[in-house]
Ligand binder design. Structure first.
Ligand code: NAP
Length: 257
């Protein structure tokens, strides 16, 4: 990552997004920050030296409401031009066992995690293609590799995002646009704090951000972490169904936590 990039980041108000925003600001980049709540985005101005506040542009928007995202992008473009990098990180999660699985809840998750990311990543696409440069980053999940218990809609949203980005990469790279996929394991954030089970190989936001920054700087196609966990998930991905089912049931104690 060259110095002083213009980066548009969603979900910057908490968790991984907040940690990433702080790390990117410390590297000297200019950041446009999006999320529904304005206050935690405004707080990030305190992370820059006095007098450098103009390196932070606060663009509140709900990624599930196209008009708010379009307004945010127009403000970004009018202020700084087409960004160098867009990181679609905003996301939501709901541990959903069978009795709570409904269409409307599933749609709400997919609307934010999959459609919200697609909305955000496609806004600067033409501008980047015309310029012949740019980086599009989507924060998916290791839960997008394969179906897991109590995660039907969340898993589908992340699997969809991984596939969207993998496909987009073939079309975008010849036009000078890099596409990077981020697949985290369990990271301690407000999103996972509500999980009613013990999370294997849970890492801190600081650890996640270190892995993310390293992967972004190296331009990796896929940034996955923690590697001990992601390697296991990669192995599980290629197992035949009967074995995969047995193993996951065993690990998750029957599959209905
Ligand atoms: N933590 C993990 O273990 C883990 C693992 C794999 C993948 N991930 C992914 O990593 C990303 C960040 O998650 P996190 O763990 O850091 O969770 P988090 O702390 O809950 O952060 C999610 C952020 O997304 C924003 N957001 C939620 N819905 C939004 C919407 N409709 N429009 C705009 N912004 C919205 C929230 O801000 P507002 O409420 O202000 O909008 C919040 O700042 C998510 O995509 C998540 O799926 C996390």
């Amino acid at each position: 990552m060259q110095h002083q990039q213009i980066i548009w980041l969603s979900g910057a108000g908490s968790g991984i997004g907040r940690g990433l925003a702080v790390a990117l600001l410390r590297k000297g980049h200019r950041l446009a920050l999006t999320g529904r709540r304005e206050a935690p985005l405004e707080e990030l101005r305190q992370e820059v030296e006095p007098g450098e506040e103009e390196r932070v542009l606060v663009l509140p928007a709900d990624v599930s409401i196209p008009s708010t995202l379009e307004i945010a992008y127009t403000r970004l473009k009018d202020t700084w031009g087409v960004p160098d990098m867009v990181i679609a990180n905003a996301g939501t999660h709901q541990h959903t066992e069978l009795d709570r699985l409904t269409f409307s809840e599933s749609r709400a998750i997919i609307d934010v995690n999959l459609l919200g990311a697609i909305r955000m990543l496609t806004l600067p696409l033409q501008g980047m293609a015309d310029r012949g440069s740019g980086t599009l980053v989507g924060v998916a999940s290791l839960a997008g590799y394969r179906g897991l218990p109590a995660a039907a809609a969340y898993g589908a949203s992340k699997a969809g995002l991984i596939n969207f980005l993998e496909s987009l990469r073939f079309d975008a790279e010849p036009r000078g646009i890099r596409v990077q996929i981020v697949n985290p394991g369990f990271v301690k954030t407000p999103l996972t704090d509500q999980n009613p089970f013990e999370m294997p190989m849970l890492i801190s936001v600081e650890q996640a951000v270190a892995a993310l920054m390293n992967g972004l700087e190296k331009g990796r196609d896929e940034i996955h972490f923690p590697t001990r966990f992601s390697r296991i998930m990669k192995l599980l991905r290629i197992l035949p169904y009967p074995l995969y089912k047995r193993l996951i049931r065993k690990i998750t104690q029957g599959g209905a936590r």
